[in-house]
Design a binder for this molecule. Sequence first.
Ligand SMILES: Cc1cc2nc3c(=O)[nH]c(=O)nc-3n(C[C@H](O)[C@H](O)[C@H](O)COP(=O)(O)OP(=O)(O)OC[C@H]3O[C@@H](n4cnc5c(N)ncnc54)[C@H](O)[C@@H]3O)c2cc1C
Ligand SMILES: NC(=O)c1ccc[n+]([C@@H]2O[C@H](COP(=O)([O-])OP(=O)(O)OC[C@H]3O[C@@H](n4cnc5c(N)ncnc54)[C@H](OP(=O)(O)O)[C@@H]3O)[C@@H](O)[C@H]2O)c1
Length: 507
Amino acid sequence: MLRQETSGETQGVSDVTDVERMAVIGAGAAGLCAAKHLLERGFAVTVFEMGSQVGGLWVYENDNARSPAYLSLRINSEPRATQFHDFPFPEDYPFNPTHFQVHAYLEAYADHFDIRRHIRFNAKVASVEQPTTAPGNEWRIRLADGTEESFDGVVIATGHQGVPSHPPFAKKFGGEYLHSHDYRTPEPFRDKRVLVVGTGNSALDIAADICTVTASTTMTARSPVLIMPRMLFGVPIQRTIAKISKPGVPWAVERRFRELLTYVAHGRVEDWGFVRPKKRTHPASHPTIMGHIAWRRIAVKTAGADDADGNEVHFSDGTVERFDTVIAATGYEIDLPFLSEEMVPVTGRRLDLYKRVAAPGWPGLYFVGFHNVSGGANIRIMDVQADLVAALAKGDVGLPDRSEMIADIERERRRIERRYPDSPRYGLELDPPVYTRDVEEELHPHRSRLRLRRTARYFLRDAANAVYHGRRGSTVDRRLMAKLAATGLAAVGVATIVALPRARRRS
Ligand SMILES: Cc1cc2nc3c(=O)[nH]c(=O)nc-3n(C[C@H](O)[C@H](O)[C@H](O)COP(=O)(O)OP(=O)(O)OC[C@H]3O[C@@H](n4cnc5c(N)ncnc54)[C@H](O)[C@@H]3O)c2cc1C
Ligand SMILES: NC(=O)c1ccc[n+]([C@@H]2O[C@H](COP(=O)([O-])OP(=O)(O)OC[C@H]3O[C@@H](n4cnc5c(N)ncnc54)[C@H](OP(=O)(O)O)[C@@H]3O)[C@@H](O)[C@H]2O)c1
């Protein structure tokens, strides 16, 4: 393995020379957590951060120009399920901490685990390469200022919400246009007729934020969506949902439960202009939006915004309306400009990675934080991923061969497409309880209890898929099934041999 001499710099260069060197790109939640797990396993770690602070998108007006944080932003996930497993939010934090509090929490995390001295700030990575001329699996990192450095492995933790995805009519709209990424406060929209495109969490937050100062606020809901309340029974609603959101509980049951809770708070979603989803969607929730809609502060259009002409926006239901401002809360693009095309495992909004972290065919290249959770929280899942990445990099856990990894990725792709049909927006979705358990099994493959559970789960999952989707839905692992069938036959054979002589003796 490659060994680097210390360069003598004080900031950001690891002072360890005889352990493997890992680069982490990004010092947001994902990068900090990756660095922490790698340091714990004895790696020499260098974190490259293009901005001047840790915290990524939770840094308001971050000088990396990639943070979408608006002044009123608070986490929408349940805090207990969001915090890193070994570093709780401070006791006095509210149910939904503000972005300032999340930023402070990430700063404290960096200090507590002594990560800061491994970070190089204002260091933008321009390219990550594995030159064929280099020894072993050496990875070469080139910074925007032209300097280069080599590592044994690289963790990409650059986030997937830094580059806005614009609707096709963005350039045709003649009024004021901005993406939610650039929204900060309501005041600039006072007395304006504003269209907020989308019904994701950004759209809900922004529409609720501006609707008390605008002349009118309209939201588009082109796809079915279930907008859940933020709190029920005096606690965050996810705490109640978590009671039944378990790996073994079928999604249909959980969906009905979510609908029931939402119905208790909001009544029929159709009465407010939304279409009730029949399939999974990314969870949306807001503490006040339904009140604003009920008070007619926000109008909901059950249509997509398709085109624009001057200040007029054309909707998919054939109607046309005039607006002063369009705020496109239309999501983000996955953006990995520092990886070569052959290395980038991106297909639309999907990253083809084994267990969401490893790139088949590129040993030493790992990813943390490229997911979107359905329930649960993204930050906690980064902890799970970082643990797996550190174990893989150390060799404490092995990767299967390339064809097995690709088959696993394909199974996962089919599963996501079945669960979230008709929208490429959901390519990064992930079920926290299932994923956490799968990673646990990767990290501790010899625990027979887990093996047994995995076997039982394969049967149950496949039976459920077969009933729900027919043969097409089968995710069966054929080799495992063949092994089980053979074991079953052998067991019947042994039982017959043992039981027959006894039966004969009795007769
Ligand atoms: C508005 C909003 C609200 C959200 N709310 C929640 C929530 O309530 N709960 C939850 O769990 N998740 C939430 N998320 C999801 C979010 O993904 C996570 O919370 C998480 O903080 C993202 O962390 P990250 O480290 O992956 O990315 P980021 O925070 O974006 O950090 C990436 C870092 O990489 C750096 N970087 C990028 N490119 C380079 C480069 N080339 N060279 C060097 N450095 C680079 C950036 O400067 C940045 O600091 C939210 C997302 C958004 C957009
Ligand atoms: N408070 C918080 O914690 C908070 C706040 C904001 C964001 N977030 C998180 O950040 C991530 C990104 O959220 P986001 O809301 O910015 O993006 P998003 O979840 O990708 O949502 C994009 C929305 O825009 C819609 N859309 C796109 N083009 C459209 C068009 N032409 N006409 C009408 N609608 C259109 C999409 O509808 P379709 O479904 O039809 O594609 C969807 O409703 C999510 O994980 C979210 O949970 C969290």
